[in-house]
Design a protein around this ligand. Structure first.
Ligand code: PRP
Length: 221
């Protein structure tokens, strides 16, 4: 019998946009994680199962072997690698070109960001992406005080907690609804397939099959 392959996914956009790729790869997830409390989901392939984890935990599961493969945003991957020894043991074979968005700097519409940066003021920046933000502002030579948040970043400039935020922007609707404007685009984001390097050696054939099937599905997209 083939060894069991475990794929880590997070609920929401990444799950929804990975499903068609899995389907094209001949793997159908047999349960809807939004309707069930189950964390381990069977698929149409007896040798492949899906585990549902928090988005920020996907690289951790794959790096430490709790899952053989995972789908994670480049944003999450960069933050994880900066925090966890460069993400050693995580192989990144594929850009899945799904869940596309960007990491940007945003401020209140009435905040003069260009002037604050030009004058060399110290900016207070609230973000979940402290490593991306630190590197970006350091490269620009802008002094920042980083405030780590875990969600609802848009509130920070509105309540006076911070001058600016670094957050994901997709349609821009969340910024608009909160009277914030995007002032700098830091990087484009999409979801990546990540693979545990040791698992790739031990279960080379079935994992390669899944990677190749994903690659074929992305190519068709
Ligand atoms: C992200 C991000 C913004 C929103 C941007 O949150 O933090 O709040 O999406 O999308 P938009 O430009 O299309 O409005 P997400 O929904 O991923 O949840 P999170 O707050 O848990 O990060």
């Amino acid at each position: 019998m083939n060894p069991q392959i475990t794929l880590a996914l997070s609920k929401g956009r990444i799950f929804d946009e990975t499903l068609p790729l899995l389907k094209a790869a001949g793997i159908e997830v047999l349960e809807d994680p939004e309707k069930s409390r189950k964390l381990i989901l069977a698929t149409s392939q007896p040798g492949v199962r899906v585990v549902i984890v928090r988005a920020s935990d996907v690289p951790t599961y794959v790096q430490y072997g709790g899952a053989d493969l995972g789908v994670t945003g480049l944003d999450t991957l960069i933050e994880h690698s900066a925090d966890w020894g460069g993400g050693a043991g995580l192989y990144q074979p594929l850009d899945l070109r799904i869940a596309k968005c960007r990491v940007s700097v945003a401020v209140r519409a009435d905040f003069d960001y260009a002037n604050a940066v030009r004058q060399g003021s110290r900016l207070r920046v609230a973000t979940k992406y402290v490593n991306i933000a630190r590197e970006f502002f350091a490269a620009k030579g802008v002094h920042v005080d980083l405030i780590k948040l875990y969600g609802s970043m848009e509130l920070a400039p509105l309540t006076g907690l911070a001058d600016a935020i670094v957050d994901l922007v997709s349609t821009g609707n969340t910024l608009k609804a909160n009277h914030l404007v995007e002032v700098e685009r830091i990087m484009d984001i999409s979801s990546r397939l990540v693979v545990n390097q040791a698992a790739l050696k031990l279960k080379q054939e079935p994992i390669r099959r899944v990677i190749d099937a994903f690659a074929g599905a992305v190519g068709k997209g």
